[in-house]
Design a protein around this ligand. Structure first.
Ligand code: G
Ligand code: MN
Length: 269
């Protein structure tokens, strides 16, 4: 009830952080990130785990999904191409048998094609009912949504997840990226995860890129996409729209020249 009131009062908003093709630095998609704008002192890292524990994460997630659906229409009208937005879904929700069906119905009722949305799921899903999570995620994948494994490398058996979840993308956790240029072990881990992803035929996003050296390291190693403060911070929708209008449209020809990426929509977003 309290969550419904806070959402209705406009206490939360959705920010967007662009993701870039690592080779050309063209923005190709964005991650939707919820912010408790009425409580700037509360970072998502603090309030999301609490909501996951007390069950209030579902209404907040549905608020994010509804906002993203609306914003996708606005982006599409302004940019003239189908955007791709990724949404973080708590593993606790995927372990509820009816959640995925509700999500599918909601998104299709809003006139959004599944190919325009990627669902990010963190490796912590292993602590939930694994069978139920795999069933839900497979249902979404079969309906045409992309699936990304978030925070890759921080869980306990990443390679196992890659085998059992139908993920098309992995997002290499920023912990490893932060070590590039500072800790050789992190560099070797990033290099071998990129190798492994190629072998497993999944696309790669490197998170938390903050320096040119980090960007160069991962793009030289063939990482598909980069995300991080070096390239763009999370921003409110209107700023994101202006950002995309500035950077996206004039470079559409470039996008067509990028080697096939799972994360590019067939329309050449
Ligand atoms: O777990 P997930 O990858 O969804 O977390 C995304 C969070 O990481 C967001 O809250 C976002 O603000 C933050 N973030 C995004 N890019 C960077 C970055 O380059 N550096 C740091 N420190 N945080 C980042
Ligand atoms: Mn994420």
């Amino acid at each position: 009830m309290e969550m419904a009131r806070a959402i209705a009062a406009g206490e939360f908003s959705v920010y967007y952080q662009p993701r870039f093709a690592a080779g050309t630095l063209v923005p190709v998609s964005a991650e939707a990130l919820v912010r408790w704008t009425a409580r700037p002192d509360m970072s998502p890292d603090r309030f999301i785990p609490r909501l996951e524990r007390n069950g209030a994460i579902e209404p907040l997630t549905m608020f994010v999904v509804a906002t993203v659906c609306q914003d996708i229409h606005r982006l599409r009208n302004a940019l003239g191409v189908n955007p791709k937005i990724s949404i973080n879904i708590s593993p606790a929700l995927f372990s509820k048998s009816l959640f995925a069906d509700g999500l599918l119905d909601f998104i299709s009722m809003n006139g959004i094609r599944p190919s325009m949305i990627e669902m990010e799921i963190t490796e912590s899903f292993v602590t939930h009912d694994l069978g139920a999570v795999v069933t839900s995620v497979t249902k979404l994948r079969d309906a045409g949504f992309e699936i990304a494994l978030d925070d890759f490398g921080t869980g306990m058996s990443s390679l196992h997840y890659l085998d059992i979840l139908p993920a098309s993308t992995i997002k290499i956790d920023r912990h490893f990226v932060t070590g590039i240029g500072a800790r050789p072990t992190c560099e070797r881990i990033v290099a071998s995860v990129l190798d492994m992803a190629r072998a497993a035929n999944v696309s790669t996003v490197v998170e938390g890129v903050e320096t040119v050296a980090q960007l160069k390291y991962v793009s030289d190693l063939g990482c598909n996409e980069a995300q991080g403060f070096l390239l763009a911070h999370p921003m409110p929708f209107n700023d994101f729209l202006a950002f995309m209008l500035r950077h996206h449209k004039p470079r559409l020809q470039l996008v067509a020249a990028i080697p096939p990426l799972h994360t590019l929509s067939p329309e050449g977003c």
